[in-house]
Each structure stands twice: as C-alpha cells, then as structure tokens.
Design a protein around this ligand. Structure first.
Ligand code: ZN
Length: 389
C-alpha cells in the first residue's frame, strides 16, 4: 500500500476551523496542508473528502483498558477494553489507568495491554499507581517509573474526597506530586497527577492546600469526574480561576443523572458560560469503569460498563444540544488534553503532527478513522479488530 495519502477537499478543523483544504499524509504524519495539492494517483492513495469534516483523532485521558471496577465483589470486575471500542468512538490516543483495585489489577498487566493496543493501531500511554497512597509502582518509585518506562507519563488516578480513597495527607500528596513532576521534567513528559475526585464534601480542598503549601502550580494536578454534581462543578470552576484544569467524565447512565450528575456536555457548556478558557477544560470517557445500578433500597441490581464511545457522543451533544461551537467542543478532547499531557504531536492537525484523523459527515457521524496514517475504519467499515475478535 502507498505510503502517501491525499485527502482532498474536506473541511479541516485543527481543531480551529481552517476551511476546505487538501491534506497530504506521508509515513504516518501530516506532511502538508494547502488549498490544492496535486499528486500522481499511481504513487498516492487519493481520498475524496468533499462534504466531510476532517478532525484530529480524539485523545482520551482516562480509560481502564485492562478493566476496572470490582467494588461489588470479584464478579463486578469489568472486562478489558477492545480496540474496536476506541476505533468506532474516534479515539486514537488514550491514557490507561488502574482504579480502586490495584491488587487483582496490576501495572504489568495494564502495560502489556497498552502495548497490545499499540500493536493493534492506537497510541497508548499510562499512569503509574492507582487510587492508593502509598503509590504502587513498577520500579521502586513514581519518579523511576516515569523516567525509565516510556509509556508512563504521570501518576493516578489518585483518589481524594472519596470513601474509596486511601485518604492521603497533604504531605503524602505533595510527595507524590513532586516525584511525578521531577520525573516528568527528567524525561520530557507531563509528570502529571491524575486525581479521582469523589462525592465527599471536601471536594478540591486538598488540591488548593497543595498549591498554597508548596511551589507546585495548579496544572500539576488533573482532577477528574468534576461533573459528578453541581457543587463539585462550581468548585471546579473556582479551581480553573486559580489556573487549574478540570476534566469531565462522559460515561454515565440515567440513574447517575437522576441523582444529580451533570452530563459532561452540559458541564462543558456551563464552564464556558462561566468564562473558563477551553484550554482548561477536558473530557474523558472513564471507559471500562463500572457503573453500578442500585434499586430504591440501595441494593446493587446491575452493573454497566463505561464506554469509550461516550467521548464522541458528548462532543456531539455539546454541539447539537448545548450549542457549543464544534471547534471548542473538539478542543476539549484533542488539543486541550494533548497540551496538558505534553503530547505535541497529538490532538491537532498541522504539518508534522501524527496522522490521527477522523472523517465525519455533516450529521457528525464518524465515517473513517486513521491512526498514524493507517486506516482503522473506512466508510464505517472496521478494518482493524482485536487479535481475538
Ligand atoms: Zn475515577
């Protein structure tokens, strides 16, 4: 197959709207963008993009790729993510994490799964650690993990304000964060601390203390699930006023929303109305996390699994239901995430960026997905499947 691909005449969002352009791909990268690029067809696969939108592949900053859950007993451990789940949802880059369970779920298992997904066509990164402090690591320390293991770009999701958290003290949190930060500096990575924020009334208080009692900047921390309820969302907006970044979770179910969770698309629209810069707002799927369903007596009656495809669904909802401009909604799952995670070749379309691209029709249905210049889906037909699918 030709190393060169030329997508002609699509409406390009970088995620900023660039108008109708031809985009030349070479060797897995974007090689050129211009109003008219001509290439001989015998050396180049030419794709008619007219009538379509060409968007960056999505960057999902929190997926339990090797499974999560387990809070209702062994039988409630969720299954692994399949590569198809990411492809049909337009996710070409993801960051893997463990969750509550770092006993039966392990970093070596997650790392192996991340490498498998990379082989199957995606770009994958990982957080070391889990909910708990002291942090479980692969090498003797968080810093070593980030410096020495390519896929580790940070630590998390560390749980705070949650009954499942190990209730870290300020000093414990500061030690983990500074180890991650220096590890990131030494390896040219983000060295970020992904923070799972639970339902507790303390909300983001520990993070405010952390930046007040240290030299760490707010962007060292990346709190997620901020759309859990209205008061946490308000706390999130305050955190942004301080310079922080917040993340909204797109996987949900009707019961969560009935109990006060704010759909991620609505939370995004709300934060933008409050004047928060889109560079401080991201969405992630929390894919393959467990979504427990309880009856009116509080008994567990069912379990659902978070879907990676909820990420794109939330972008569509933000645009179609909450009238967020496409380039803004798109930024929350592309460039805002990629910049925070120091992935400069991801989440954008520019010369030199990775050729991770989506072709989307005018109703925002994903038609085709390219990752590192390879077709994973074309005209809605899956071209890449998991090894055992
Ligand atoms: Zn979480």
């Amino acid at each position: 197959m030709s190393l060169l691909k030329l997508i002609k005449g699509a409406e390009v969002y970088s995620p900023a709207p660039l108008g109708r352009l031809d985009v030349l791909l070479c060797d897995g990268k974007v090689a050129a963008l211009a109003t008219d690029i001509q290439m001989p067809a015998e050396h180049c696969q030419i794709i008619d993009g007219r009538g379509m939108l060409l968007l960056p592949g999505l960057v999902d900053s929190l997926v339990h790729i090797s499974g999560g859950g387990g809070e209702g007993g062994y039988h409630t451990r969720t299954p692994q993510m399949k590569v198809e789940d990411a492809i049909v949802g337009g996710v070409t880059t993801l960051v893997a994490a463990l969750g509550t369970d770092a006993v039966t779920r392990t970093l070596p298992d997650m790392l192996a799964k991340a490498r498998a997904l990379e082989h199957e066509g995606l770009s994958t990164y990982c957080y070391t650690g889990s909910y708990q402090v002291p942090v479980r690591t692969l090498t003797p320390s968080v810093m070593d993990d980030i410096v020495l293991i390519d896929k580790f770009i940070g630590v998390g999701e560390l749980a705070i304000s949650d009954h499942r958290s190990s209730q870290p003290t300020l000093q414990e949190l500061l030690r983990v964060a500074s180890d991650a930060r220096v590890g990131g500096m030494l390896s040219g990575k983000a060295g970020i601390v992904s923070v799972h924020v639970g339902e507790g009334d303390r909300r983001l208080a520990l993070l405010h203390e952390a930046v007040e009692q240290s030299e760490l900047p707010p962007r060292q921390f990346y709190p997620t699930h901020i759309n859990r309820n209205q008061s946490l969302l308000e706390a999130g907006v305050q955190w942004c006023r301080r310079g922080g970044v917040i993340d909204f979770t797109t996987s949900t179910n009707a019961q969560f929303v009935a109990q006060g969770e704010i759909p991620a698309a609505q939370a995004l629209a709300y934060a933008l109305e409050q004047g928060v810069d889109i560079r401080q707002l991201t969405m992630s799927s929390d894919g393959n996390a467990s979504l427990p369903v309880f009856d009116q007596h509080g008994q567990l009656v069912g379990l659902e699994v978070g879907r990676v495809s909820s990420l794109w669904a939330s972008v569509c909802e933000a645009v179609q239901q909450y009238h967020v401009p496409l380039e803004t909604a798109l930024a929350s799952v592309t460039i805002s995430v990629a910049d925070l995670l120091k992935l400069p070749h991801k989440g954008r379309i520019c010369v030199g960026s990775d050729a991770d691209l989506l072709l989307v029709d005018s109703s925002l249905t994903i038609q085709s997905v390219l990752a590192k210049g390879q077709w994973l889906m074309h005209h809605t037909a899956l071209l890449r499947k998991g090894t055992f699918s």
